[in-house]
Design a protein around this ligand. Structure first.
Ligand code: KG4
Length: 360
């Protein structure tokens, strides 16, 4: 009987410890342990993240193998996220992957986290996994064809990527300062919302008026983005209102101005989405690309998802929006990237080291 191709992948770039298994191209498991320890600090604390990865990695990998119904000895190769990300976090996953690959005498595959986000669009979940994962049950699983554009938006990245092949990607535009998710998280923090603030902005925005607070939009050349001015504009709008009302805290202000938080959330969300989509539209028109995808944690945002559907209808794009479970950091996408590299026999050396900075 022919031996199956079984890939285990490990993702530990930020604050989610995740492991996934693909068997002959089909995703069998995707286990994610999110770290709650950062909530009280209003952001990821790198030192705590590394420690939590150390605690989580063994049970997460073990569960991923069990759910996939495979043994360690069945593995063909181990893929791991090499970067970009927090170095201490990456070291945990990298060292674990190296140790296991050495012990089993199987190849090691390094995966770029950003390429992983893009390749999340090619994940093929198996029937059992779909049955066990609510967010996959009504999801439309379809794969873009090359070339396509991918808007990659997360807590650490905002980029427009031209994807020419599985292994040939070019960043044609990116943020020159804050990422879109970072802007959402920082604005949410100013409003006193919990961390991470992106999902809270999305939630409150549903009850708000998006035209109430018009924020100045950045004017940046080409396909690049900038979100730091928007964040400052958000802060100054609140500061001016507090001064005018003679109050010292956001909560006091919210007592005086009905629907303040909801309207602020709806307004900032609409502005960020508009900025993201306009540049994407320009890139699609200039490059004459009609397959357009979104990836990364911020692609969970309901207004951004709706904007994709609307732009798709208006500009005749075929749009690709990943299921929720493949948007935030997860090992399924790393496993998919690793599977493609395995088929190309594109392995890495045991002395490969993680990298922190954004590249593709
Ligand atoms: O890709 P991701 O899980 O990892 C990092 O890059 O860290 O993205 C996390 C980001 C956070 O900034 C979070 O606030 C944002 O994605 N996010 C959202 C939503 N869900 C997650 N932003 C806006 N609306 C959402 N529904």
């Amino acid at each position: 009987m022919e031996k199956k191709t079984v890939i285990l992948a490990i993702e530990s770039s930020c604050d989610d410890t995740s492991a996934a298994v693909i068997v002959d191209g089909i995703l069998r498991s995707n286990v994610i342990a999110s770290q709650k320890v950062h909530e009280e600090f209003g952001g990821v604390v790198p030192e705590l993240a590394s420690r939590a990865h150390q605690q989580n990695i063994l049970p997460v990998v073990d569960t991923a193998l069990k759910r996939a119904g495979v043994e360690k000895t069945d593995l063909s190769a181990i893929a791991f996220t090499r970067g970009p990300g927090l170095l201490g976090s990456l070291l945990v996953g990298t060292s674990f992957a190296k140790g296991l690959a050495l012990a089993l005498g199987i190849p090691l595959i390094d995966v770029n986290h950003l390429q992983g986000h893009v390749l999340a669009h090619f994940v093929e979940p198996g029937e059992e996994l779909i049955a066990a994962t609510p967010s996959l049950q009504n999801a439309e699983i379809k794969h873009p064809s090359f070339p396509f554009l991918c808007l990659l938006v997360s807590g650490g990245n905002s980029q427009i990527v031209l994807v020419k092949a599985y292994s040939d990607m070019e960043i044609i535009g990116q943020t020159i300062d804050d990422a879109a998710g970072e802007a959402f998280d920082k604005c949410a923090k100013v409003l006193g919302l919990p961390y991470p603030g992106g999902p809270w902005i999305d939630k409150l925005a549903k009850e708000g008026d998006a035209t109430k607070y018009p924020f100045a939009k950045p004017n940046i050349a080409g396909y690049d983005y900038s979100f730091s001015g928007l964040k400052t504009s958000f802060l100054y709008t609140l500061r001016d209102m507090m001064k005018a009302q003679g109050v010292e805290t956001i909560d006091e202000l919210a007592e005086r101005i009905p629907n303040l938080k909801e309207d602020m959330c709806a307004s900032i969300q609409a502005t960020v989405v508009d900025v993201l989509m306009r540049k994407l539209k320009k890139a699609a028109q200039d490059l004459k690309v009609t397959q357009v995808a979104v990836a990364g944690g911020v692609s969970a945002n309901s207004a951004l998802r709706q904007a994709f559907i609307d732009y798709g209808k208006r500009y005749h794009w075929e749009v690709f929006i990943p299921p929720f479970s493949f948007t935030t950091d997860n090992a399924a996408m790393v496993c998919q990237a690793g599977y493609f590299k395995y088929l190309d026999k594109d392995f890495c050396a045991i002395d490969e080291v993680p990298f922190a900075k954004t590249t593709i």
